[in-house]
Design a binder for this molecule. Sequence first.
Ligand code: THG
Length: 406
Amino acid sequence: MGRGNQTNKSLDAQPRANHRCVCCWMPEIMLGPRVRKSPYYEATVAAGVSAFTIYNHMYMPTSYGDPAEEYRRMTERVALWDVAGQRQIEIVGPDAASLTQYLSARNLAGLKSGRARYAPICDHDGYLINDPVLLCLATDRFWLSIADSDLGLWAKAVAAERGADVQVFEPDASPLAIQGPLAEDLAIDLFGADVVGQLGFFHHVGVELDGIGLVLCRSGWSKQNGFELFLTDGSRGVELWDTVMAAGARFGIGPGTPNASERIESGLLSFGSDNDSRTDPFEAGLGAWVNLDGEYDFIGKTALLKRVESGIERSLVNVSFADDSLSAASLPLEHPRSVRLDGQVVGELRNAVWSPRLDQAIGIGLVQSSATTPGTRLTVDIDGVECSLVVASEPFGTPRRLFSAT
Ligand code: THG
């Protein structure tokens, strides 16, 4: 039906599905002005994006339609990710350092300009509400590079209630990531060996690329090595995307997205997927980035001290599927499922994916302490199929640090 002859009647005439099968029904999410578009949006559409998620009220690509090739690209070559949905919250002013410390459970003492830290943030009950990367741009200027929750509202409210002399706002700063073993070679081509050679992990520096202003940081949500290019002029997103793609051609670059298989293999937390609304950072395996013994106060500290004293009751564990009863079609999980130990519910399977590296299905469980011992057998019902899980001894890549409160 043409747009020109739409009437109220023609709305009634639109087809309606009269049968929906829960296991194969794929609804669309409507695009519209309520959700923001990233500066790279048009470039991702031109590159063939096939699915988006919504992250910090912005469309963020999750697939270009070929998961196997996208995994290979990022683990063997280099992939270009639109991760502009990782928005920045800028805190600037005389009280910026003290406010940022009060917001974060991580000890920020000694954080210098040009450095970043992974800095979990809790509410007053000690529950995790975000796990940003914190970039220090100057001693009185910080960016919280946030996961998917409204941390800007939180930071603004806390600043106002404390009478802090700061400004809190979302700047024009949109990360574009290059991730993969050849990301370093590409970065050297783009920015020069001098700049890249001096940039340690979580170090950042202001650079220009063909006159486009960027903050270049050695970071990214994978363990494949890589960089994030924080574009500071949102009108130049497509230009930046095209420049990086052209330079990356000789390294076999292609479009990609944060990759659920790789990040579960590597033990990186996906805030909002792995945790529920009452998960503390110790349960989430982020204990190594929480400091309870410092002189300073931070939101959630009192609650966390109590919790540690009475014993942490749950933990994230990596699990592998013990048999091949689960078909790849059921992955990734659409929603968490209860897991059982000897028939009793002991927690949830929060996420499950196919692991190309291990050639089996793996997942992340949030389970009671009685079910965290490596080798423990658990069961989970997925679409009527009872699957058997084994708690893995440690994450499949690097160790997840549990219960450390230093
Ligand atoms: N980059 C930027 N912003 C982000 C993310 C990112 N915001 C949202 C989300 N990702 C935040 N989550 C993480 C989780 C883990 C890491 C980074 C962001 C990470 N962890 C390393 C690890 O676990 O080994 C290093 C942590 C450390 O040693 O301090 O990199 O990806 N801009």
